[in-house]
Design a binder for this molecule. Structure first.
Ligand SMILES: *Cc1c(COP(=O)(O)O)cnc(C)c1O
Length: 394
């Protein structure tokens, strides 16, 4: 399927992929298969299921029908052969790291990554003899790669300063040393970016965010080719065990059906807010990839389907200004996470990124005045009015 068709049919596939009328009862919605185990009916079939000679369900840590419907939907939308769901985004990230790395291997990443992912790499994987190397752009990344590099890991847009990385260029670098390219696609979602169309090997998500969209689930998913999902399911679920529950999968299936509608509104609202904030005297710096002076604007325009996501960050100069602004907002709940239909606000330097320490924070532009807004799907005029009145309080 061409890239253009992938986009044109996206809305239809978001609704229909992974969905079938239940053959036993005719149930139209995917049922919540609340069962830990599955009868084999005869001993020979049990042996075949366990040997992998016959596909089928035998234990919900490894495969469950409701979870499978979610996996099929995500694989379809990402354009990959298969997908594996996990109990959280970090469950997905740790399955990738523990499946594809061994002692002596190296990982190179473009930082900052999500704090949990940096912790997994720098604090957990180093205990097992894996060396972690950090770059801040693709030029620096090139210098860190060697034949020992097995995974290259990045996020685009990055958090919280919304830097953009060219996925095609990054994949070519990773492949030049035989490494797998891993992209955390949580911020863009497959509606805006399908990383495997740009050469990426493994796509992961915190499905907690836009895929769910309603702030009521913790979940993760990895989408990639079948030769890689097989060991991911074997190690990540069978041996490590961060399995997604069927109730959460049901909520995710329901959420993903409206992903295109929600993303359109998130992107429209964020663009309108960024435009309204341009040149505002209280805003020292505005971070939004949709602005033509954003350094990643051209790459984002090409790589994100002509839209720029639902996050806007602004530097208000000082922590006092940032706190006064956050406390004055009425429609933006102060909380971590993002991608919910409700607008959320956060102060990265004192919360999610606090552990990085002052020097790293300064180097990465995570200043005391920086505020990150996850723009929801409320009416944009109300969101803009709320942000303007809050700016008036500083
Ligand atoms: C939230 C998040 C994660 C971690 O996901 P959980 O579902 O909270 O475990 C990983 N990557 C990114 C980019 C995130 O925003």
């Amino acid at each position: 399927m061409s890239t253009q068709n992938q986009q044109a049919e996206f809305g239809t596939r978001a609704v229909h992929a992974g969905h079938r009328v239940d053959p036993q009862t005719g149930a139209h919605a995917v049922p919540i298969y609340a069962t830990s185990t599955f009868g084999y009916f005869d001993a020979q079939r049990g042996a075949r299921l366990f040997a992998g000679e016959e596909p089928g369900f035998f234990y919900s840590r490894v495969l469950n029908p409701t979870v499978r419907a979610f996996e099929e939907k995500v694989a379809n939308l990402e354009g990959t052969e298969d997908a594996v769901a996990f109990a959280s985004g970090m469950g997905a990230a740790s399955a990738i790291a523990l499946t594809f790395l061994k002692s002596g291997d190296e990982v190179a990443f473009v930082g900052p990554l999500y704090g949990g992912t940096e912790g997994l790499l720098n604090e957990v994987m180093t205990q097992f003899g894996v060396t972690i190397r950090e770059a801040h752009d693709l030029d620096a990344l090139r210098g860190l790669l060697s034949e020992r590099t097995k995974l290259v890991w990045l996020e685009t847009p990055m958090n919280p300063t919304l830097g953009i990385i060219d996925l095609q260029a990054a994949s070519e670098l990773a492949h030049s040393v035989g490494a797998l390219m891993v992209v955390d696609n949580t911020f863009a979602t497959p509606y805006l970016t399908r990383p495997t169309e740009h050469g990426v090997d493994i796509v992961m998500h915190s499905a907690t965010k836009y895929l769910s969209g309603h702030g009521d689930v913790i979940a993760g998913v990895v989408a990639t080719r079948a030769e890689l999902t097989e060991p991911l399911r074997g190690h990540g679920l069978r041996h490590i065990g961060a399995a997604l529950g069927p109730f959460e999968a049901y909520l995710l299936i329901r959420g993903v059906k409206t992903l295109p509608l929600r993303m359109e509104k998130h992107c429209q609202n964020a663009a309108a807010l960024a435009e309204a904030l341009q040149g505002h005297p209280a805003v020292k710096h505005l971070y939004y990839p949709g602005l033509s002076d954003h350094p990643g604007h051209a790459v984002a325009a090409r790589q994100m389907n002509g839209k720029f996501g639902g996050l806007v960050s602004l530097d208000l100069g000082t922590q006092d200004n940032a706190f006064a602004f956050l406390n004055a907002l009425k429609l933006f709940t102060q909380a971590v996470s993002l991608g919910d239909v409700e607008s959320l606000s956060s102060h990265p330097a004192s919360t999610t990124h606090q552990l990085l320490g002052e020097e790293t924070l300064a180097r990465q532009g995570i200043t005391p005045g920086l505020v990150r807004l996850s723009v929801g799907i409320e009416d944009s005029a109300d969101l803009i009015a709320d942000v303007m009145q809050a700016l008036g309080k500083i």
